[in-house]
Ligand binder design. Structure first.
Ligand SMILES: Nc1ncnc2c1ncn2[C@@H]1O[C@H](COP(=O)(O)OP(=O)(O)OP(=O)(O)O)[C@@H](O)[C@H]1O
Ligand SMILES: [Zn+2]
Length: 688
């Protein structure tokens, strides 16, 4: 008789293969839940995790044995498994898919001996860090002291509060994170700090290292983000999992870092859209952080000067406790916001105005005084399109429903969606006219025009193009911090998070586009971005009174700009929430977006229509509103047509009850729609 035991294993199978949950295998010995194994799947051998719960094999099916056990790595905790279980079911993905996709890829490549070596090396290298003198800490501002005192009360033993730290730009939120971390570390717990973008990690890592990396009882800090090499990522992940690292700092993927003694989770810039994963399992790291806090009994601090309306509303309802930092450090003023009405500029035929005289004057005064300015434009490249005045040709992408952007540095036309790149044609490809010209402007052109308008000024640009090579961003940022730059031109990359000390002028040269977007979240995003950008000015209290923000707009009476001028986040949030409530939009309803990609728009539409019919038959679906399929706002990318269909529900529960059976049906439905290449469901979609 066979004395091998059945075990459940979450294996790495793609979602649409129909293997939703864990699979049953046989094992020679008892395996603790959370143990890493290798197991056969079809003709392959894949990595898996022994999953909590009893195996429930069909008597008629012969189970396959587990191929190898990776004992070198301690089992993942039951809570970690619960977090993954929740994420998979909430975002409607396969359990194994989620579980394995959040582990470092190297874990799948190394065998048990190799892993044992890594673990041993790590334990040795991490022996005892050298002690040093007590690091200097600033005296808390009254706001910071009050927030921390309240946080202390809320995090009494056994409590796991969620706190929304609403602090003005430059009010010292980071110091609050540092002190809260200090308490958690002193209690022997681990701290997880999430940041929205890799480019914000170096600065924050430096501040945490300065505070905790030395001193009488130095702490160990690791980072987790996609910029690490596979070996570094494995090492840092192991350090967290083995409990060697005290502090883990990372981007959204770090929310899944295994942390045996987790006591505090900080989500910095909690409103940032980068916390939402946009492919595969489309999870929100911020929302999972809140869930994880409850699960692990850890305190969660969501920090922002411009909280998401979702979090703001929960604070209003009392589900999160709101702590406010209402003053900037040193009591410096926020910059005065000046709107420049572009309608009033004198019009010269054939000339498109980008820089108003008011803005150029304000910049020139800064250059004269030796102060820095930041000019912000959310569009990289030289010009968004090249145009022939004779026949009307425009530089469209043959593979996408988008223009190719003109990059002057290397004289190319590049599609920012599919990557298709060509040299700029000498003449119009349609009519041969030699006089083809750039239309509109991007950061490259802005940089050029600023250099012309401000002779002698040192103009620098930071965007995705200028920072492609490793270390380029750090070098460019430190030039700004060192004062080697007078005018910094950049995209949203530089408009948020950075603690620039010398900037006294911030300008948004053409922010209007987002005012009239079809996406209901566009005003929220624009407002947040402009407030964040404004917050880069006057961070040094001594200069704050001279600090200013210039907004060039064709719509100076728009209420969004009026709220910006008053720096009034609360008024803006309240009015947006009122509109959302009247329109039945989130957070007053709950959405899911079904996307389909096909060779033809027709095939994608038919799939979505059939999907809608299937959904209507699921119990509970009567409460849902299923909208007709519409094209994605960039309908075609790399010759693939993209359609989407919105599902709206009054409650999260109803939505969840319908989605699971629906997803199972969709897997079958796709096999009847041969023209459909891919489909995906996005729960709580951010971009619509
Ligand atoms: N109590 C304090 N005393 C003196 N300086 C402080 C204090 N707290 C913070 N600072 C300094 O104030 C500056 C702004 O703080 P911080 O970067 O944390 O602001 P923030 O609230 O995160 O702003 P933003 O939302 O714009 O990123 C930093 O240079 C920080 O070192
Ligand atoms: Zn393209």
């Amino acid at each position: 008789m066979d004395d091998r035991l059945p075990v459940r294993v979450a294996v790495d199978a793609p979602q649409h293969s129909g293997l939703g949950g864990a699979l049953d295998y046989l094992s020679e010995r008892t395996l603790s839940p959370g143990t890493l194994v290798r197991a056969p799947l079809g003709r392959r051998e894949v990595t898996g995790i022994v999953w909590p719960g009893d195996a429930d094999p069909e008597p008629s099916v012969a189970l396959k044995p587990v191929a190898a056990v990776l004992d070198a790595v301690p089992p993942l905790s039951a809570r970690w498994c619960e977090l993954v279980d929740f994420a998979a079911s909430y975002y409607q993905r396969g359990l194994g898919e989620v579980a394995l996709s959040v582990l470092p890829p190297e874990l799948r490549k190394l065998d048990d001996d190799q892993l044992a070596q890594r673990v041993a090396r790590l334990r040795k290298a991490w022996a005892v860090p050298p002690a040093g003198p007590v690091p200097a800490r600033p005296e808390l501002t009254p706001d910071q002291a009050a927030a921390l005192a309240r946080l202390g009360e809320l995090s009494a033993p056994g409590q796991a509060p969620v706190v929304l730290l609403h602090g003005l730009t430059g009010s010292g939120k980071t110091e609050v994170y540092l002190r809260a971390a200090e308490d958690a570390l002193a209690a022997g717990r681990q701290v997880l700090v999430l940041v929205p973008e890799i480019n914000l990690t170096p600065q924050l890592e430096a501040r945490f290292a300065e505070r905790f990396g030395a001193g009488p009882a130095p702490k160990r800090i690791v980072s987790l983000h996609s910029g690490l090499t596979p070996a570094q990522r494995l090492k840092n992940w192991l350090a967290a999992h083995l409990g060697l690292a005290d502090l883990v700092l990372g981007t959204r993927m770090a929310v899944f870092a295994p942390l045996p003694r987790l006591g505090l989770i900080v989500v910095d810039e909690e409103h940032d859209p980068s916390y939402k994963q946009q492919e595969g399992a489309r999870y929100s790291a911020r929302d999972l952080a809140v869930y994880r806090g409850k699960l692990e009994g850890a305190c969660v601090v969501l920090g922002s000067a411009t909280p998401s309306l979702e979090s703001w509303q929960r604070a209003e309802q009392g589900r999160y406790e709101r702590l406010t930092l209402a003053h900037r450090v040193g009591n410096g003023a926020l910059p005065a916001v000046r709107l420049v009405d572009m309608n009033l500029l004198p019009k010269a035929p054939g000339v498109t105005t980008l820089l108003s005289p008011q803005l150029v004057g304000a910049l020139a005064r800064r250059v004269e005084r030796g102060e820095q300015s930041l000019v912000f434009l959310n569009r990289r490249g030289y010009a968004p399109v090249l145009h022939c005045g004779a026949c009307g040709w425009k530089s469209d992408c043959p593979h996408c429903s988008a223009w190719r952007v003109f990059h002057k540095v290397d004289r190319t036309l590049r599609c920012h969606h599919c990557g298709f790149t060509q040299a700029v044609p000498r003449a119009c490809p349609d009519c041969g006219n030699l006089d083809i010209a750039p239309l509109g402007r991007g950061t490259e052109r802005l940089e050029e025009q600023l250099a012309e308008a401000l002779p002698g000024a040192r103009v620098a640009r930071i965007d995705a193009d200028s920072t492609k090579t490793k270390g380029a961003l750090e070098a460019q940022l430190s030039a700004v911090h060192a004062g080697d730059v007078d005018v910094l031109v950049g995209t949203q990359m530089v408009a948020k998070g950075h603690d620039f000390r010398r900037i006294t002028l911030v300008a948004a040269v053409s922010p209007d586009n987002a005012l009239f977007s079809s996406d209901f979240r566009a005003p929220e995003r624009l407002f947040a971005l402009l407030m964040q950008a404004a917050g880069r000015a006057g961070r040094d209290a001594a200069q704050a009174d001279r600090s200013e923000m210039v907004v060039q707009t064709w719509h100076p009476t728009h209420p969004l700009y009026a709220a910006l001028q008053r720096h009034d986040f609360k008024a803006f949030a309240d009015s947006q929430l009122k509109e959302r409530s009247m329109a039945g939009l989130p957070p007053f309803s709950h959405l899911a977006l079904l996307r389909a990609e096909a060779r033809t728009a027709q095939a994608a539409r038919e799939f979505l229509q059939a999907a809608a019919t299937l959904a209507e038959q699921i119990p509970g679906a009567r409460e849902l509103l299923i909208y007709p399929p519409v094209p994605h706002h960039i309908a075609r990318v790399a010759n693939v047509e993209r359609m989407q269909m919105l599902v709206e529900s009054p409650t999260r529960g109803t939505l969840q009850r319908v989605l699971r059976p629906w997803v199972d049906e969709l897997t079958r439905l796709k096999s009847q729609h041969k023209g459909v290449m891919r489909w995906a469901l996005d729960v709580d979609p951010l971009a619509i």
